[in-house]
Design a protein around this ligand. Structure first.
Ligand SMILES: C[S@@+](CC[C@H](N)C(=O)[O-])C[C@H]1O[C@@H](n2cnc3c(N)ncnc32)[C@H](O)[C@@H]1O
Length: 212
């Protein structure tokens, strides 16, 4: 009963967010409707939108100068976390998304998005498979809201590590999972990451300075 009430309230808040910012993000879409290639679809989660309160709790807690960092939403969906990240003065904000259908909605949303809290205008949406995407060699906050399972996470971790070897720098990884029944802790596997926050709705890791 309490859980149902919380879900209704969250859905209402998501719709209110869309209304306030003239965007369209508050949907639950099964992976079979995302139009993903077969191998990616096997490992992908359904589309579900990030929530404002836990997102801001995580991003506001980062001990960083935002202007020194790029925010990258890996599996950006319809773009909500990209838009929420522009409330912070990040150097730039990037959304990487594999589904063309999701990307078209995200691009439309970006055209219409408005917010008085906006502090970053350098925004890029990239249609790409995160598993093969070459991450920019910039200090970054990588945000993952349950986009895929362990196999793709390991490949993406490999790309991040490679880009750090080429260009040593600090990074943060935010692994968010607001409503998942089981929490995927694949990021715990990597010895080059230090867990700096462990909450019910997300883990935050820092790349170790001696690995970079
Ligand atoms: C749970 S939704 C995340 C929504 C968004 N990040 C947000 O905060 O509102 C996961 C998204 O990851 C995308 N995705 C799944 N596999 C992917 C991959 N290999 N590369 C890029 N995006 C992927 C899906 O198409 C889906 O839109």
């Amino acid at each position: 009963m309490v859980r149902r009430f919380q879900q209704h309230r969250a859905l209402w808040n998501d719709r209110l967010y869309d209304f306030r910012h003239s965007v369209d993000t508050a949907w639950e879409i099964p992976v079979s409707f995302l139009g993903l290639p077969e191998d990616a679809a096997r490992d992908s989660s359904n589309y579900g939108v990030s929530r404002e309160a836990p997102f801001h709790r995580a991003i506001a807690s980062l001990p960083i100068q935002y202007a020194d960092f790029t925010f990258i939403d890996v599996g950006a969906g319809m773009g909500k976390s990209v838009f929420m990240a522009t409330d912070y003065p990040f150097r730039r904000v990037i959304g990487v998304e594999l589904s063309r259908a999701m990307m078209e909605v995200a691009e439309r949303n970006l055209q219409r998005y408005h917010s008085r809290a906006r502090k970053c205008w350098n925004v890029e949406l990239v249609l790409a498979d995160a598993a093969t995407y070459v991450f920019p060699a910039e200090r970054s906050v990588y945000y993952f809201h349950d986009p895929f399972g362990a196999p793709a996470t390991r490949r993406v971790a490999g790309s991040i590590l490679k880009s750090m070897e080429e260009c040593p720098r600090d990074n943060y990884i935010v692994a968010a999972h607001y409503e998942s029944a089981t929490v995927d802790r694949t990021w715990d596997e990597f010895p080059w990451l230090t867990l700096v926050a462990d909450r019910a709705d997300c883990q935050i890791y820092r790349t170790r300075s001696n690995s970079s």
